[in-house]
Each structure stands twice: as structure tokens, then as C-alpha cells.
Ligand binder design. Structure first.
Ligand code: FAD
Length: 491
């Protein structure tokens, strides 16, 4: 087997991985990044839109795997969107250089200061709101839609209707910033550039307009000359050596998923940034296979960030509706966080199906009253998630309250078109926790019981953050890597 020696290896190229890579490379460190997904930019393979999904749309499947409307036959390919299936919940993740930033809606939301404080009582809140959050908003190229464009653009009828109806029902709305370049979108609308958000591109990737990590953090890190990214390299398990270094077993695959090489990597310093589920899989699997030491808090304090989908239908489709044409980029939200009894935030989500389906879609983000736990089934070699309906009771109650109040003020019914009973309790886009900062790691993400292992991704956040999470994941990663470098961890 081919053996590669490297001082520092990062597994995963999502937010945590990209931030660590940039800051380490800027500090003059040579870094190898291993990513199981494809380097899309380098491959030149285009992304598909929602209406005509091609092979690039799903990770090694014969069918697409969007939450709804999966109709097409595919040849298995290392596509961009993956779905991890558990008994009571399905978790969607991005695959490729850029991780979740390639498939997500780009909603760049800074959490409420009071809730951030509640979730991370030991962090310096002031420093986060004065320094780390502004820094990451700049690095990620966060911007806000022009109000006049929003008012005029037919592709945002769903937002305008959603906001009007929310106000009528007595809810407060808010403008949601995004990493999609709204100036580009305006040009799309005027047909001056190729269309992306206005051409139903999003969860299978955006060919234009979106500032995903390959255009921001990873691009900058590559420009230092210190980063090497190996795509289509999946790390299988990790071993701790006597000298406290790590040996990684990885498989290089082709785009059909066939293994073309078994490889060994050896490193002194290892950063796990494989995303919440990827990092937990690696830690728990390595523990089962190699007796890899793991702290008792690994897997604990996991949550779905309160993700709960719901929808409403208009009784008379022609009287309401959200428009035939819809931008894929959400810009509106309903903020009910101050309501002690029904605490939630919801995205006014697009449903660009190419026809007016007279359905309004919402992704609620709730508190997570009862956390779950991730464990490993050593017999069947499977990741297990201790999570069922009892974890989502309050989320369901909030969704019911929300839909009832909206329908009472505006007419309409709970949508049975998209989900059973109108509720998508099992849809999760925001898995968080399991390697919680300060619980399974020290205060800067260094794993307990280890000298040279760090976790920098969504698993540091204890299951909930009250808004879409990538701005927080990026800020926490900036904070951790800055301090780890300061402490000479990578000297
Ligand atoms: P990830 O971004 O998941 O990156 C982990 C990377 O590691 C992946 O590229 C993966 O392929 C790789 N990897 C995993 N295991 C291995 C292995 N064994 N070997 C090699 N590589 C490996 N959040 C928001 O804030 N706003 C939104 O609008 C939003 N919309 C979303 C829409 C969808 C459809 C989805 C799926 C998510 C959305 N999210 C959104 C969530 C957000 O994308 C994630 O929270 C974020 O990407 C997590 O970042 P991360 O650094 O933890 O890991």
C-alpha cells in the first residue's frame, strides 16, 4: 500500500475544514486535506437543477434523494447530495470539495446573542459578536437582497406572500442574508448572465452565483501554495500509534464508487472536519475496529437543530399560490423566538417545481428540549442514532400552532401534498453535536484523551443553535484554530 507522510491532515472540506486549512496555511504550515467527494470545479462536471436531475445529483444512487419529488433513474455516480438514513430521521449532507456549502441554501444567519450565550455559556460572547461573526460574514461573502428587487421580482412572490401572510397572522418577519451573490441574481433576471438560482439550481449544486467554500476559504487557502486537496479519498478508520501520531486507512475511489487504491496516510497532527455525522462515524468506527481511545462524551448531546418541515395549501389554488417561477434562494424568515411558549424561527422556503403547486413550504428551527445520542453497532458495523418521536414532540406542537395560526388568518390547510399528515419530522439538514466543545474536547476543540487530535465542525455545537448553522460553525472554527495556533499546537 502507498504510504503518505504529512505533518498535518484535515479530513473533510466543509466549513470547519476550510477554515482550519486557510489559517494553518497562512501560518506557513503544509496541509493535506482528504475529501471523499469530488473536486467539482476541477472536474468541470456541471451541476443539475431540481427539475432535470442528472448523475451529479446523488451520491452513488440509482434515484435522486431530495426530500420530495424523486422521479429519475440514474447511473451511480459520486454525486453531490447524500442522505444518511436512520430509523426515525434522514440526514442530508453535501459531498465534494466544499462539503455542505455546495448543496445548502446559503442562508447565512448569525444566531441570537442571548441564545448563543445560553448554548455556549463559557465563550466570550462579546468577542464573537464584535470579531468572529463579522470576520466570517466577510470571508463567506454574505450579502442581502435589494428590497426593491425583492418587491419587483416575480421569482420572489413566494417570499412576499409568505411575509404578508405572516404579518396578517401576527408574526414578525426578518430579512435573511445569504452567500448567493444578489447582484449576480439581478443580472440573471435581466438575462445578462447564465441563470442559476433563477433556474432551480440549489441542492444539487449551483453552477453560478453562489459563494460556496471553493470560492472563498478554500480558494484563499490554495493560493498560499501550502494546501493539497485529495478528492475522492474516503478515510475508513484511524489508528493511534505509540508515539501519539496517527495512521489513516483511506480508499481512493473512481466516480462510480469503485475502489482504485487502498492508501495509508501517516500524520503527527490530525483535524477531523468530516461534518457532524462523518466525524462521529470515524471516531466510533475507529474505536470499534482499532480500539481507538474515545472520551465518554463522544456521541452525546446530539440534535437536529430543531429541524421540522411543514407546508400549507391554499384551498382555492388559483386565489393564492406562490408563483410558478421561484428563486431557490430563501431571503425571508419568521421570527417567533421571543415567544416563550412557541419558540421557533422558520424559513419561508421556496418550492420551485416549475408549476404553481399552491403550497407554501416552511423549515422550522426549534429548540431541542431532548437531545439524542449517536452510538455504534459493532456487530453490524453501523452508526446508530438514538432519536425518535419523543425528541420532536415540542417541534410538532410548534409546527401545528404555526400552521393553525397562519391558516386562521389567511385560509388554507395543512399540506398533505408533501408529507404524511403535513409534517416532515424526519427531515434533517442541520445535524449538530456529539463532540461538544468543552465536553468531548477542550475549550478549543482538542479531543480529550488525545494529544494531537482536533475536531472542527458542526459536531462541536450541542445539538441546537436556533438558526441555520453554518455561520456559527465557521465562527467557532475560526475561534478554535486561532487559539490552537497561538498555543503552538501545530509548531
Ligand atoms: P460539512 O460541510 O458537512 O463537510 C464535511 C465534509 O467531510 C464533506 O464534504 C464530506 O464529504 C467529508 N467527509 C465526511 N466523511 C469523510 C471521510 N470519512 N473521508 C473523507 N471525507 C469525508 N446551513 C445554513 O447555515 N444555511 C443554509 O441555508 C443551509 N441549507 C442547507 C441545505 C441542505 C440541503 C443541507 C444538506 C444543509 C444545509 N445547511 C444549511 C447546513 C450546512 O450546510 C451544514 O451545517 C454545514 O455544511 C456543516 O459544516 P461542517 O463543516 O460541519 O461539515
Amino acid at each position: 500500500k502507498e504510504i503518505t507522510e504529512a505533518p498535518i491532515i484535515i479530513i473533510g472540506s466543509g466549513y470547519g475544514g476550510a477554515v482550519s486549512a486557510l489559517r494553518l496555511c497562512e501560518a506557513g504550515k503544509k496541509v493535506i486535506m482528504l475529501e471523499m467527494g469530488l473536486n467539482w470545479e476541477k472536474s468541470g462536471i456541471p451541476y443539475s437543477n431540481l427539475l432535470k436531475p442528472g448523475k451529479s445529483s446523488a451520491w452513488l444512487r440509482k434515484k435522486t434523494i431530495a426530500p420530495f419529488m424523486n422521479l429519475f433513474s440514474l447511473t451511480p455516480f459520486t454525486g453531490i447530495l447524500d442522505r444518511l438514513e436512520f430509523d426515525h430521521i434522514n440526514i442530508w449532507v453535501g459531498r465534494g470539495v466544499g462539503g455542505g456549502s455546495l448543496v445548502n441554501g446559503g442562508m447565512a444567519v448569525t444566531p441570537k446573542e442571548s441564545y448563543f450565550k445560553e448554548v455556549f455559556p463559557s465563550l466570550d460572547t462579546e468577542k464573537f459578536y464584535n470579531h468572529y461573526f463579522p470576520l466570517v460574514r466577510e470571508e463567506l461573502k454574505v450579502n442581502v437582497i435589494d428590497e426593491q428587487f425583492l418587491k419587483d421580482c416575480p421569482y420572489y412572490k413566494f417570499t412576499r406572500v409568505g411575509e404578508e401572510e405572516a404579518h396578517k397572522a401576527g408574526f414578525k418577519t426578518m430579512r435573511v442574508p445569504n452567500v448567493y451573490d444578489f447582484k449576480y441574481m439581478e443580472k440573471e433576471f435581466r438575462n445578462e448572465v447564465p441563470r442559476s438560482a433563477l433556474n432551480t439550481e440549489v441542492i444539487y449544486g449551483n453552477n453560478h452565483g453562489k459563494n460556496s467554500l471553493d470560492k472563498t476559504y478554500l480558494k484563499k487557502a490554495m493560493e498560499t501554495g501550502n494546501l493539497e486537496i485529495l478528492d475522492l479519498h474516503k478515510v475508513e478508520h484511524i489508528k493511534l500509534n505509540n508515539d501519539k501520531s496517527y495512521t489513516l486507512n483511506a480508499q481512493q475511489i473512481d466516480t462510480s464508487g469503485n475502489v482504485i487504491a487502498d492508501k495509508i496516510f501517516h500524520c503527527k497532527k490530525l483535524i477531523l472536519a468530516a461534518g457532524t455525522m462523518g466525524t462521529l462515524q470515524l471516531l466510533l468506527q475507529s474505536n470499534a475496529i482499532n480500539d481507538f481511545p474515545i472520551h465518554e462524551n463522544i456521541g452525546k448531546n446530539w440534535g437536529n437543530n430543531g429541524n421540522f418541515m411543514t407546508g400549507r395549501n391554499w384551498v382555492k389554488p388559483l386565489s393564492g399560490g406562490t408563483g410558478t417561477k421561484q428563486s431557490t434562494i430563501p431571503v425571508g424568515g419568521i421570527d417567533n423566538w421571543e415567544d416563550q411558549e412557541h419558540t421557533f424561527f422558520t424559513e419561508i422556503a421556496p418550492l420551485p417545481m416549475g408549476m404553481d403547486v399552491a403550497t407554501a413550504l416552511y423549515l422550522l428551527i426549534n429548540r431541542v428540549d431532548k437531545k439524542g445520542e449517536v452510538t455504534y453497532d459493532k456487530v453490524n458495523h453501523l452508526l446508530k442514532l438514538n432519536w425518535d418521536e419523543s425528541n420532536t414532540v415540542k417541534m410538532r406542537e410548534n409546527a401545528k400552532y404555526f400552521v393553525r395560526k397562519m391558516n386562521k388568518a389567511n385560509g388554507g390547510t395543512r399540506s398533505h401534498f408533501l408529507f404524511n399528515n403535513g409534517f416532515g419530522a424526519d427531515i434533517c439538514y442541520h445535524p449538530l453535536g456529539g463532540c461538544v466543545l468543552g465536553e468531548a474536547t477542550n475549550e478549543f476543540g482538542k479531543l480529550k484523551d488525545h494529544d494531537n487530535l482536533y475536531v472542527l465542525d458542526g459536531s462541536l455545537i450541542p445539538g441546537t443553535i436556533g438558526v441555520n448553522p453554518f455561520v456559527t460553525i465557521t465562527a467557532i472554527s475560526e475561534y478554535c484554530i486561532e487559539n490552537l495556533i497561538k498555543q503552538n499546537e501545530f509548531a
